[in-house]
Design a protein around this ligand. Structure first.
Ligand SMILES: CC(C)(COP(=O)(O)OP(=O)(O)OC[C@H]1O[C@@H](n2cnc3c(N)ncnc32)[C@H](O)[C@@H]1OP(=O)(O)O)[C@@H](O)C(=O)NCCC(=O)NCCS
Length: 186
């Protein structure tokens, strides 16, 4: 699996260019530092290093570094789970982008969808997002994910509890969006 397989520019008004490459052990300091950044910590549940090491190795997982910008520098990471699911139901477990609000998250999500549906054969691609995470929720809404439901008050946060909103995209929805030019070409 090479990085070039996933090189992509987002096909619409977003001009951010990203590609995904498999995370290596030498990337884990970067990954762990992103997770511990207070800007991200509020929206994710950070893992121990050993969990990331396992995710790099375990065949059911895909752990990617998001590279972007003119120099294709490392600017984030994302993790897919369920890559060998007999139900073909893959989860976007985590996505973190360092330079926020510049379109890199949207571009990376487009590539992740292509990987999930085209390369890994997903029928359903799903995720959960904290109710307070309005930026990520807006991104997933805008990228065609459908709200399935809400796990009310299921995560403890500093000042109380937050809910998790479960969202998904099914293969026919992805195919339909691709037909409208909203997804990367096959
Ligand atoms: C969520 C995250 C991956 C999105 O990546 P990003 O590069 O910042 O997002 P983009 O610049 O591609 O913006 C995508 C959309 O998010 C929405 N958005 C961006 N900034 C926003 C803000 N400050 N408030 C609300 N919505 C916002 C917009 O809809 C935007 O699309 P548009 O600019 O075309 O209107 C990134 O912000 C991040 O790493 N956040 C912290 C970790 C996290 O929340 N991960 C997801 C856990 S489920």
């Amino acid at each position: 699996m090479t990085a070039a397989n996933f090189a992509a520019s987002s096909p619409d008004r977003t001009t951010a260019r990203v590609r995904l490459r498999p995370t290596m052990t030498s990337d884990l300091e970067f990954v762990l530092s992103l997770e511990q950044d207070p800007q991200n910590l509020a929206f994710i549940t950070p893992w121990e290093r050993t969990q990331h090491e396992a995710a790099i190795r375990f065949p059911d997982f895909r752990h990617f570094i998001i590279e972007g910008g003119a120099e294709l520098n490392a600017m984030g990471f994302l993790i897919l789970i369920g890559c060998r699911s007999q139900h073909r139901s893959l989860e976007l477990k985590r996505m973190v982008v360092q330079a926020k609000g510049s379109g890199f998250g949207r571009a990376a999500l487009r590539v992740a969808k292509k990987v999930a549906f085209d390369d890994l054969g997903a029928h359903r691609f799903w995720l959960d997002v904290k109710g307070r995470n309005s930026r990520a929720k807006a991104l997933y809404d805008g990228e065609g994910f459908v709200v399935e439901g809400e796990l009310r008050d299921c995560v403890k946060v500093a000042d109380g509890f937050d809910s998790l909103i479960v969202m998904s995209m099914l293969r026919p929805e992805f195919t339909g969006r691709r037909g409208l030019g909203l997804e990367m070409r096959a």
